[in-house]
Ligand binder design. Structure first.
Ligand code: NAP
Ligand code: G4F
Length: 362
């Protein structure tokens, strides 16, 4: 596939998140100047990108931090006017599905109206013809539609998050068709990494497994063990985002592995990667994962973690992305889980080593 020469300046909203960190690395390696749009907070939210801010010589000049918020039109206008980006990757979102049930207005404000503010800012500033936009859409658009899901599958969102992202998707299509904007929706299925936020189920599992392997007497409490997801590596998915913006014409693409695994299976793989095993016993809310030798319960179901509504099993068909973009996921499910467990085992070990004096944790 022929890619255009990189066009210079990329703006990433949601730059401090998992995907923002992987995408920045990819774009810097390709020679882009990367402009990060990030919220100013009282605590630090820059952990995933700190190495880019004060990184190796020369690098810091190509990674520039701008403060702003998707709920604040003025900040979007100011940063867009200043950066004049060639490519915009709109990754900013309240991205947690369970949280969206508790904070539906906040979720819609950022995930749906935030996109309207961004698109209107692009239009008002006269950037429609010069900049290309990636909109972070999601398999949550499909919600109750059964697998396999592709670009033709009906949207039946099951959460305020999914509903807000459906709105954002159609806003993108509307601006593309009404104004000729080069905007592509990447309908990404779940993607994970050691940088995944620790309240998402994969990272919650790998962190707990690492602590259990280190000898902590922890019980991993989970919600729906039967929930099935199509889990890719975030590094592979951000490559698909970039490929979409190198196409002569914008379009919408599913990014997925085509495999589906249950939460229970993720737990098994993670324990295996740490040299542990469990036996599953019981059913429903009584189901537990028991260590065979000691009989100790390592995993239990906590009904308070069930969601008001769950999506159907998720398994994406990325045939269109393969054909048009030449995109394919490179990391297997087993490799992804093993990489996350290795990283969390190392993190637990180094936490243990950073005790500065007896009894006083660093
Ligand atoms: P993430 O780790 O939760 O990162 C979300 C980013 O959005 C963070 O940088 C966060 O900033 C920022 N943000 C939230 N509200 C904002 C606001 N009002 N203004 C400006 N920035 C705001 O998410 P991710 O996993 O990297 O996902 C990236 C995007 O892809 C999201 O839009 C998500 O919905 C979508 N997506 C993700 C997946 C997946 O499996 N990872 C799959 C499909 C789609 P703070 O650091 O300040 O909180
Ligand atoms: O890891 P999760 O919270 O991810 P979810 O809900 O699939 O959403 C993620 O992927 C979407 C892509 O489709 C993104 F759009 C979205 O932004 C986010 O990145 O939950 C995965 C599954 C769910 O079915 C949940 O019910 O795991 C189940 N689960 C079971 N126990 C749990 C838990 N989820 C979480 N977060 N915590 C649990 O203890």
């Amino acid at each position: 596939m022929a890619h255009r020469t990189p066009r210079g300046r990329a703006l990433i909203t949601g730059a401090t998140g998992q995907d923002g960190a992987f995408l920045a690395e990819l774009l810097l390696a390709k020679g882009y100047a990367v402009h990060a749009f990030a919220r100013r907070t009282s605590g630090s939210n820059l952990g995933r990108v700190a190495h880019l801010l004060d990184g190796s010589p020369g690098r810091e000049r190509r990674y520039v931090l701008h403060h702003g918020d998707m709920t604040d039109t003025a900040s979007l206008m100011r940063v867009l006017a200043e950066v004049q980006p060639d490519e915009i990757y709109n990754l900013a979102a309240q991205s947690h599905v369970a949280v969206s049930f508790d904070a539906p207005e906040d979720t819609a404000n950022t995930d749906a109206l935030g996109v309207v503010r961004l698109l209107e800012a692009v239009r008002t500033l006269g950037l429609t013809d010069r900049c290309r936009i990636y909109q972070a859409s999601t398999s949550e658009l499909f919600g109750a539609s059964p697998p396999p899901q592709d670009e033709t599958t009906p949207f039946r969102p099951c959460s305020p998050y999914g509903a807000a992202k459906v709105c954002a998707y159609w806003m993108g299509v509307t601006y593309r068709e009404a104004y000729g904007l080069h905007l592509s929706n990447g309908i990404a299925f779940n993607h994970e990494s050691p940088l995944r936020g620790d309240s998402f189920v994969t990272r919650k599992i790998t962190r707990a497994v690492a602590r259990i392997a280190a000898g902590e007497r922890e019980v991993l409490r989970l919600g729906n063990l039967d929930a099935a997801r199509d889990w890719a590596h975030a590094r592979d998915v951000v490559d698909g985002m970039w490929r979409m913006l190198q196409q002569p014409a914008p379009d919408d693409y599913v990014l997925a592995t085509g495999e589906s695994h249950s939460v229970r299976s993720f737990v098994d793989h993670a324990l295996d990667a740490a040299g542990l095993t469990i036996r599953w016993e019981g059913e429903g809310v009584e189901e537990v994962g028991v260590e065979p030798r000691s009989g100790r319960v390592l995993v239990a179901v906590d009904p308070s973690l069930f969601r008001p509504r769950e999506t159907r099993g998720m398994r994406g068909d990325a045939g269109k992305a393969r054909r048009v973009l030449g995109w394919a996921p490179r990391t297997s499910f087993a490799e992804l889980v093993a990489e996350m467990v290795r990283a969390d085992l190392a993190a637990v070990k180094s936490e243990g080593e950073t005790v500065v004096s007896p009894g006083i944790p660093a």
